[in-house]
Design a protein around this ligand. Structure first.
Ligand code: IFM
Length: 456
């Protein structure tokens, strides 16, 4: 028998996107080049040879996209600002047309009662800063703080939820160690250096946010809040063998604790630092850095899709670990479908903080197709969302302060090194024409939002 699972009043039902993945208009209206423009333009980097040059053409179609959000009843929309659209050279002269684009979008969302949840950095560093060393250069953290301060000054009061970074773990590892993301570096020896500078930039941006808030005139609504969005995935050992258990502890440490611990306890996890130090990898921490990094924030966003199962691997000289498939079915990217990841990820976060939590991303990659009747029947996505939302409900019942849930993604977009091959959207994007088509999951999600819950 099905059960009605109702969420608390005011629960934020949302959908998420990121600038490079949807905007297109890569060199329009004064926008500077980003590391993702440079990377995707490099032959051989993207599986299907596509780029984000046009992506979903959201830069030109944002009004239509807001209309879709309104029709779906979204309570909140999470998106990111492209730093090089605002500061084409990374610092210095402001590009007013770039700022105006986001101002118009934010105004439209507010007009329709859709809460903007805005991330300052979703991996698209201005190429000009990469040319000066990118995140390996400590100075980039200070340039980020300047960019953040400018945004807070111009748009701060219009946005209730600000996040400094999206998934620094992924940016560190994929962008700088594995090299399948921009800027395409394969230098694991810089892992902690990159991670530390990202975290430092977070701390500096939070400081800028507080300074700006203290000057801001009294607002009508509640004061804007600031947080960060982390990729928090639960880790499980492949067996009870001590080597697998140790490998698993390290994998959890490198992905989750390496970010949670400095943010909430003002120190790096000693076991992870020791592991890296044996391999000559060190974080360039200076006095005062960890105090900045651990300055109080207002909420934590968690992106979680699945779990990871870890096995000892002596051939992996850096991590000593490899991931093995789980027993469950997988999505198009190969992620195991494992709904308890929601509760497990929330518990990992709650061990560090009692702040309000948001699931800022969760969703399923499929090879969706438009049927001959024009319908996109993504039953697998509906099942995935239903099961994960049901676990989110359980988490709230267990006393976890979960305030919102965002589907990744509002619409099919440019899925990084996979290009346009992996579809995560509630809306189907026809990349040839940029036409959007509501998938069945979009209709289904509209009903979930309307009843503030689901029948399960
Ligand atoms: O598309 C990405 C997003 O940019 C960051 N989190 C995971 C999503 C799906 O892989």
């Amino acid at each position: 028998m099905s059960q009605e699972l109702r969420f608390p009043p005011g629960f934020l039902w949302g959908a998420a996107t990121a600038a490079y993945q949807i905007e297109g208009a890569w060199h329009e209206d004064g926008k500077g080049e980003s590391i993702w423009d440079r990377f995707a333009h490099t032959p051989g980097t993207i599986a299907d040879g596509t780029t984000g040059d046009v992506a979903c053409d959201h830069y030109h179609r944002w009004e239509e996209d807001v209309a879709h959000m309104v029709a779906m009843g979204l309570k909140s929309y999470r998106f990111s600002i492209a730093w090089p659209r605002i500061l084409p050279a990374g610092s210095g002269a402001l590009n007013q047309r770039g700022l105006d684009f986001y101002r118009r979008l934010i105004e439209a969302l507010n007009r329709h009662g859709i809460i903007p949840n805005v991330t300052l950095y979703h991996w698209d560093l201005p190429q000009a800063l990469q040319d000066r060393g990118g995140w390996a250069n400590r100075d980039t953290a200070f340039r980020f703080a300047e960019y953040a301060a400018l945004i807070f000054r111009r748009l701060g009061a219009e946005v209730p939820l600000w996040a400094t970074h999206n998934e620094p773990f992924v940016h560190v590892y994929n962008g700088h160690a594995i090299g399948d993301h921009a800027p395409g570096r394969r230098n694991p020896w810089q892992l902690l250096r990159i991670g530390h500078h990202l975290l430092l930039s977070h701390g500096l941006a939070v400081e800028a946010f507080r300074a700006e808030a203290s000057h801001a005139s009294t607002l009508d609504g509640p004061a804007p809040q600031i947080g960060i969005v982390l990729a928090i995935w639960p880790h499980h050992p492949a067996s009870t063998r001590p080597r697998d258990v140790r490998a698993n502890r390290f994998a959890d440490g490198a992905m989750n604790r390496l970010f949670l611990e400095p943010l909430f306890r003002g120190r790096y996890p000693a076991d992870v630092l020791r592991h890296f130090a044996w391999r000559g990898i060190r974080a360039p921490v200076r006095p005062g850095d960890l105090e900045l990094i651990s300055a109080p924030i207002d909420f934590l966003g968690l992106n979680t899709y699945s779990r990871l199962i870890n096995q000892y691997d002596p051939l992996n000289l850096i991590s000593g670990t490899r991931q093995v498939p789980g027993p469950g079915p997988v999505d198009a990217i190969g992620r195991e479908i494992y709904p308890p990841c929601i509760l497990e990820a929330l518990r990992i976060a709650r061990a560090y903080t009692s702040l309000p939590l948001y699931i800022t991303e969760n969703g399923l990659a499929c090879h969706d197709v438009v049927g001959s009747d024009g319908v996109v029947d993504d039953a697998a996505r509906i099942a995935y969302l239903r099961d994960h939302i049901a676990v989110a409900h359980q988490a709230i019942q267990k006393g976890i302060d979960l305030r919102g849930y965002y589907v990744w993604s509002l619409l099919d977009n440019f899925e990084w090194s996979y290009g346009q091959r992996m579809r995560f959207g509630l809306l189907y994007t026809d990349f040839a024409t940029s036409r959007r088509i509501w998938k069945r999951s979009a209709h289904w999600y509209r009903e979930v939002i309307a009843r503030n819950g689901l029948l399960h």
